[in-house]
Ligand binder design. Sequence first.
Ligand SMILES: [Zn+2]
Length: 340
Amino acid sequence: MRALQLAGDRKLELVDLPAPPPPGEGEVQVAVKAVALNHLDLWGFRGMAFAKRKLPVVVGVEAAGEIAAVGPGTSRFKPGDKVVMYGAQTCGHCTACREGRDNLCENVTGIMGFHVDGFARDLLNTRERLTIPVPAGVSMRDAACAPIGFSTVEHMLFDNAKLKPGETILVQAGGSGIGTVAIRMAKAIGCTVITTVGDNEKAAKARALGADHVINYKTERFETITRKLTGKKGVDVVFEHVGGEGFNGSLLCLKRGGRLVTCGSTAGPSVQFNLMQLFQQQYKIFGSFGASMRNISDGLAKMANGLLPVIDMEVQLADFEQGLKRLESRAVFGKIVVHF
Ligand SMILES: [Zn+2]
């Protein structure tokens, strides 16, 4: 079977690997149909000195596919069922897993496609427990964006920041994969959305998605405009995943008692900020990573009801690297999906 492996920094190889054995006790076998790209793929592709992993590793951190075979002791699926897979091999036994918060698992073996073999292969065996059904009417292309893209945003907005209808939110980098989802999810519950983008073409696309106010952060100071738009009060929630120099600007956009939720640091992982500002303004800052199993089902249910991911580009497996390079160029608006 085909598998796409990372052999070294920036070195991808399409190889022929033996197909997996029939699924064992409690396992299902999935035929992968589509893989969606994430910044995590880019971090892995560039090489991360501190990440504990052995190369080569099969890439692909989120995917959708069809059940090819079911093992003994399973009951939820039959061959042909459409599914997505949780992006980490969690234990299922620890307190966090038992409470459905797999992203806090105490015994996780690593992120699939990054630390351990991922989804960019024709077939894989996985535990039934980590397999989530795709509702009727949702395409494999869209479903592939559920396990990380949609669920990360669900977890950030609703579990962590507790975004409520009618609130005002600043979505940083609204053209990114998760930024586009955040705009749609916030608009779907009746929030006012302010977003930042890096060029005018993306600004038009963000407006078309429903954003109420779009700021080109390259030509305008987003913190100044955001404060002006909110009558100097600030927003209820900031959706952050950029970090770097913009992080302090994001804090300045919050109203007193406002919530900032972050899941990324694409512009740099270290920032300095003023602790007096933090406690006097009573900001709440949430670090968010991954999602619960329920977040993935909730995201898929939203897709079934018409809240779809924005697709930037679709490529075949052989052009995976072309997709990564487009992600790296920041020209991307929405998600890049790789078909099998
Ligand atoms: Zn666990």
